[in-house]
Design a protein around this ligand. Structure first.
Ligand code: ADP
Ligand code: MG
Ligand code: MG
Length: 251
């Protein structure tokens, strides 16, 4: 589903990703952990095509499509979904309008008809319920004045509505209380399927108690330096990242 080979990318004049390899198959959940500044968020930004992030070398394919050749909006239509550490606010655009426009665009790209406003409203209300957000949040400006936890729930709701094939969650757990963390995890778990894969970036093992990953990777200095199963996350939690120094294993 996602195949990243020898990815090198820079921001400004600084090379951040230095030969990253990652293979994700349909149905899998991969967790990416690693020290601050390792390049975890940069990976998400590069895959999403954010301005200022330049690919120097390597490739990233999603379901056989060259992601790096697509415009940002086209990547979403190709089935990529990213939930960022800091969701953007779009005052003046209602959450419902924003969601409908995003879903219409993705449906169109999949060759499906746009949903009627009434049908979409039903789906959106059901999604609100699933993530424990009152339906009034559909009328508010996108993320406008939402608390940290509400923003994260809102992103999971968006993910549920968009039905992407690959979801990347960047530190969706940071700053969440335990209830919000469980809502996010349940949202993710409810969307797990044979047709969909997840890459979950997290600092803490805690989230992985709720979202059970198939694989755990350590990203350090722009590369995956270690890969393993869920037990790797537990070792990291117990011992930090320093014990990895000198034990680099290429993925
Ligand atoms: P992580 O998410 O693993 O904590 P990031 O991907 O956010 O790490 O950052 C990796 C490195 O890239 C850091 O050293 C950071 O300072 C640098 N970096 C990220 N964005 C920019 C930018 N816009 N300009 C310059 N340096 C940046
Ligand atoms: Mg960070
Ligand atoms: Mg980050």
């Amino acid at each position: 589903m996602l195949s990243i080979k020898n990815l090198h990318a820079r921001v400004e004049e600084k090379t951040i990703l230095k030969g990253l390899n990652l293979e994700v198959k349909p149905g899998e959940v991969h967790a990416i952990m690693g020290p601050n500044g390792a390049g975890k968020s940069t990976l998400g930004y590069v895959l999403s095509g954010r301005d200022g992030y330049e690919v120097e070398q390597g490739s990233a394919m999603l379901n056989g499509t060259d992601l790096l050749a697509l415009e940002t909006e086209e990547r979403a239509r190709a089935g990529l979904f990213l939930a960022f550490q800091y969701p953007v606010e779009i005052p003046g655009v209602s959450n419902l309008e924003f969601l409908k426009a995003s879903v219409d665009a993705v449906r169109k790209a999949r060759g499906e008809d746009a949903l009627s406003s009434a049908d979409f409203l039903k789906l959106a209300r059901a999604a609100c319920k699933q993530v424990n957000l009152p339906a009034e949040f559909l009328k508010r400006g996108v993320n406008e004045g939402f608390s940290g936890g509400e923003k994260k729930r809102n992103e999971i709701m968006q993910m549920i509505l968009l039905e992407p094939s690959l979801c990347i969650l960047d530190e969706t757990d940071s700053g969440l209380d335990i209830d919000a963390l469980k809502v996010v995890a349940e949202g993710v778990n409810s969307q797990r399927s044979e047709q969909r894969a997840f890459v979950v970036v997290t600092h803490y093992q805690r989230l992985l108690d709720y979202i059970k990953p198939d694989y755990v990777h350590v990203l350090a200095d722009g590369k995956i330096v270690r890969s393993g199963g869920p037990e790797l996350a537990k070792e990291l939690e117990a011992q930090g990242y320093s014990w990895l120094a000198g034990h680099e294993v290429s993925a």
